[in-house]
Design a protein around this ligand. Structure first.
Ligand code: SF4
Length: 149
């Protein structure tokens, strides 16, 4: 494992994008960052610049309006990069799946590495997903995380 790879495992930088959620899952991401759940103990820092992000956290379903923004953010991230679908809406469209303009889960637009279902998803599940993402970066997790999340 290279030095950069080792360093990245100790300081994962994440970026959050709300694709059009009800904000329930966004609040749970904030909760995961607060001292109570404290994902920063894993070296995780929340940032706003895709060019410096290792992981893209997405809440809400993909739709015709946000698909270009989502693709744009993903394309700006340097490799290796991971995408986490946070909440049932991001995983499959959730309660919005039959709505006009909705495409479904975000994997209809960009590749997803870790799926974290739940409505709203609990901070503990987000932390579990982060550990899966870390294992994936370390080459320890299987390629298909869909069944495990
Ligand atoms: S999964 Fe539930 S809480 Fe999360 S964005 Fe969808 S409706 Fe809201």
């Amino acid at each position: 494992m290279s030095l950069i790879q080792k360093a990245r495992l100790k300081s994962l930088w994440v970026m959050h994008y709300d694709c059009g959620s009800c904000n329930g899952c966004d609040i749970e991401i904030l909760a995961a960052l607060t001292p109570k759940f404290d994902v920063e103990r894993f070296g995780i820092v929340n940032i706003g610049d895709p060019k410096q992000a290792d992981v893209l956290l997405v809440t809400g379903p993909a739709n015709h309006r946000n698909k270009e923004v989502l693709t744009n953010l993903f394309d700006q991230m340097p490799a290796p990069k991971l995408v986490m679908a946070i909440g049932t809406c991001a995983c499959s469209g959730g309660i919005f799946h039959n709505c006009a303009n909705v495409l479904g889960g975000i994997d209809k637009v960009i590749p997803v590495d870790v799926y974290i279902p739940g409505c709203a998803v609990r901070p503990e599940a987000i932390i579990d997903g982060v550990v899966l993402a870390l294992n994936k970066l370390a080459g320890l997790a299987p390629v298909d995380d869909e069944e495990e999340a």
